[in-house]
Design a protein around this ligand. Structure first.
Ligand SMILES: [Zn+2]
Length: 229
């Protein structure tokens, strides 16, 4: 008997307004809520030291906001303070992140870089098929697994953030177009949330004067943290 046809499924995240980054017939790929995610922050050494301190704080504070909005537990393990500053070589290809890890890279970019290049998010998760798929600001990578009957789980993640976020966006609340919202947009990708078609959503591909954290956005973030172990 041929295998049953995969039925297109409306995922929970669709109902909340955003498309999931990846989903199959068992639902979207999410992090299991009981497992901690270790975060490592590193910085391009060519960035001015005063901006490096602001970049570290912005990443740490936005990760705490993400934890509140999702119920997930991301714990910054390295690179959070000046004493513990970590650098990376921007000319080298970064290693694939470890299991249950988020690697955050702050990189120096030209001051005329287009704003859609302020951040890139890459996620790796389990799934029935191996796949590497580019998205407008990152990629979704599925590594095949033995039991294609289970829900896909996120396994590894990475975000690249441009220092232009600090230079060109206001230092305002996370609920309006701001430095924190730009970082939260990339963090939302690595917890499984894709872009929204709603123009006022912070997950719309571009910020505009209507952009905010909408009620459906908050629901999508809460759903992203709702996967039982
Ligand atoms: Zn995006």
């Amino acid at each position: 008997m041929p295998p049953p046809q995969a039925v297109p499924k409306i995922s929970e995240l669709d109902l909340a307004g955003s498309n999931p980054g990846y989903f199959d017939r068992f639902g979207p790929a999410l992090w299991p809520q009981c497992e901690r995610v270790d975060v490592h922050i590193s910085i391009d050494p060519s960035i001015d030291s005063s901006l490096r301190a602001s970049a570290r704080s912005l990443a740490v504070n936005t990760i705490l906001e993400l934890n509140k909005l999702t119920g997930l537990t991301l714990v910054v393990r390295s690179g959070a303070t000046e004493q513990d500053e970590e650098f990376f070589n921007p000319g080298a290809e970064p290693d694939v992140p470890g299991i249950r890890e988020l690697d955050v890279f702050w990189y120096n970019t030209a001051s005329d870089a287009p704003s859609e290049q302020f951040g890139i998010a890459d996620a790796w998760h389990s799934g029935p098929d191996a796949l590497e798929q580019s998205t407008s600001d990152g990629s979704v990578n599925v590594t095949s697994k033995d039991a294609p009957t289970q829900q896909a789980s996120l396994l590894r993640s990475r975000i690249h953030l441009s220092i232009e976020i600090l230079r060109r966006l206001p230092d305002a609340k996370i609920t309006e177009p701001s430095q924190a919202m730009a970082v939260l947009h990339e963090l939302a990708h690595i917890v499984g949330i894709g872009h929204s078609t709603a123009r006022d959503s912070f997950m719309y591909p571009r910020f505009n004067d209507q952009t905010r954290l909408t009620t459906p956005d908050r629901a999508a973030l809460a759903l992203a943290g709702s996967r039982p172990c």
